[in-house]
Design a protein around this ligand. Structure first.
Ligand code: HEM
Ligand code: HEM
Ligand SMILES: [Fe+2]
Length: 479
């Protein structure tokens, strides 16, 4: 490691990646606690209630994925722009500010679990908007840090070279950062509040985040397989057009039952039904490139996780999303474990996977540009088992939740007519309860996977002397 010279952006990226993985571990720990509380409702009652464990679980997820994305952009920035990063010192400062803010927010979540909901709470404790619950002071801090990040990216590309990928990326970051502001808009009308809050959540994961990972995928395929820049850029443009074309108005699938006008039923149903199309294109692209290159990669774990991303995105977002996106169906499935089933497979399949792939791409360079192929000293058993267990665990949880969700839709909604009695009848039905146990079982499988993943990230390629040449040519043509 000592002989490796990382550029400034890459060094900063490694810091982001480190915190990302730490928060990933925290996410899983708090997921296990929330899952246990479904089975043993008074588990940790009064110490760490379900609302707290759940909040930490899903906020840690959003933050670690953002850290992973920011890290990935810093990682590729100097290479892609062919110049030195602009404003690195400021970028480093933003990293520390961001990280300290996250740590304070988590500590406050854990220590102030109850109290009134007033202006003080909104500013200093918990803003109360699912997934982005950080209080207002931290929101402002996050906006400042993201502006600095954006400055680093835009200024570096302006100084250096633009490419198709960097153009899409920079444009997308404007939208991604701007949308965060919609989640800071305060109103006492819950319908209006939810209306804007979905702008952040939906337009992040189904528009701007998808485009961002499209850029990372394009870059990752060039790095691992040596695919030509022309091919990945062409695909990227197609994917972006299809994604924005369907995903923006697909927003309507969250406006079916929150008090918004009825025309959203048609708009939301129609456009969100088109959303799987770009995801199919992404799978075709990845499989096509891998086939053309005969899967000859210099970095097998990264390529495997990129492929896991293509399929995970397609199944988790595309198929699992499509299943409940028509209003006629969503009427029965809305807010049941069906949503949680989709949420788990989509966030893991579309986003966790590609961040892990990007970290492996970085690690190959950190550990001296060696091959991460079949010739790894340990045969690569750790990364393979981590890949297998994590994917098996999440798919297992997804199926368990789907079975519980089906049962809820039938018993609570169709038979019980969405009454309280219907709700409780569904909650104690054996199919529901067994689904919750199986989720827990697969939660432990997932946990075993993450232990192996962390172990592998810390050790892969370390026992080999550096200087071993990478298998195929990794140099990428520039436009
Ligand atoms: C990677 C992309 C995606 C991610 C990460 C994702 C994640 C999620 C999550 C976490 C929820 C639950 C939100 C809540 O707490 O209420 C949700 C809801 C939903 N998603 Fe997705 N999703 C993605 C893509 C899609 C796509 C492509 C579709 C449609 C084809 C879709 C359809 C829906 C619908 C209809 C709901 C509302 C469920 C309900 O009524 O309870 N999603 N999504
Ligand atoms: C040990 C593994 C895990 C367990 C036991 C677990 C458990 C849970 C539980 C109990 C909830 C609350 C569900 C509810 O309110 O009904 C939840 C929510 C959620 N988890 Fe996990 N989780 C795990 C791993 C993950 C992973 C790896 C991801 C994605 C990367 C993830 C994403 C989510 C999301 C998006 C939600 C919100 C879903 C919604 O509101 O519909 N979880 N999880
Ligand atoms: Fe959505």
């Amino acid at each position: 490691m000592s002989t490796v010279q990382l550029n400034g952006g890459q060094q900063l990226a490694m810091k982001y990646y480190t915190v990302a993985i730490a928060l990933f571990v925290a996410q899983i720990l708090f997921g296990l606690l929330s899952g246990m509380q479904y089975l043993i409702p008074d588990f940790l009652q009064g110490v760490l209630d379900f609302n707290v464990t759940r909040t930490v679980h899903i906020n840690a997820m959003v933050i670690w994925l953002l850290y992973g994305f920011i890290g990935s952009v810093y990682w590729l920035l100097e290479e892609e722009s062919q110049t030195e990063i602009v404003g690195l010192k400021l970028g480093n400062l933003a990293f520390w500010l961001f990280t300290v803010a996250v740590a304070i927010v988590v500590v406050v979540f854990l220590f102030i679990q109850m109290g009134p909901g007033d202006d003080f709470t909104r500013w200093f404790v918990n803003e109360g908007r699912e997934y982005i619950e950080a209080p207002r002071w931290a929101d402002i801090g996050i906006v400042v840090c993201v502006l600095i990040f954006f400055y680093n990216v835009a200024a570096t590309f302006i100084k250096g070279k633009w490419s198709g990928i960097s153009g899409v990326l920079t444009f997308d970051l404007v939208a991604l950062a701007g949308l965060y502001l919609a989640g800071m808009f305060y109103t006492t009308n819950i319908s209006v509040d939810q209306y804007w809050w979905w702008w952040v959540i939906h337009l992040w994961v189904e528009a701007t985040w998808e485009v961002l990972v499209g850029c990372l995928m394009a870059w990752g395929l060039m790095k691992t397989l040596g695919v030509s820049r022309k091919i990945v850029t062409t695909w990227l443009y197609i994917e972006v057009a299809l994604m924005f074309g369907s995903g923006i108005l697909g927003l309507g699938h969250h406006y079916f039952w929150i008090g918004t006008p009825e025309y959203w039923l048609t708009i939301g149903g129609f456009f969100s039904a088109l959303e799987p199309i770009p995801l199919v294109a992404m799978v075709v692209h990845a499989v096509y490139d891998s086939g053309v290159k005969h899967m000859k990669a210099n970095n097998n774990p990264a390529l495997a996780w990129l492929i896991a991303h293509a399929f995970g995105n397609f199944f988790g977002a595309g198929v699992w999303g499509f299943m409940h996106t028509l209003p006629q169906i969503n009427l029965y499935t809305h807010g049941t474990q069906w949503s949680a089933s989709h949420g788990h497979l989509a966030f893991f399949g579309a986003y966790a996977t590609i961040v892990i792939a990007m970290i492996y791409i970085a690690l190959r360079e950190v550990r001296g540009q060696q091959s991460f192929g079949a010739d790894l000293p340990d045969g690569g058993w750790k990364w393979k088992w981590a890949l297998g267990l994590l994917n098996l665990g999440v798919v297992g949880m997804t199926v368990a939740l789907l079975i519980s969700g089906y049962e809820q839709s039938f018993i609570e909604r169709a038979v019980g007519g969405s009454t309280w009695l219907g709700y409780f009848t569904a909650q104690i039905h054996p199919w529901f309860v067994q689904g919750m146990w199986w989720r827990m079982f697969f939660g432990f499988v997932t946990s075993a996977g993450i232990i192996l993943l962390v172990w592998d990230l810390l050790t892969i390629g370390k026992s080999r002397k550096s200087g071993v040449e990478a298998a195929p040519n990794t140099q990428t043509a520039s436009t």
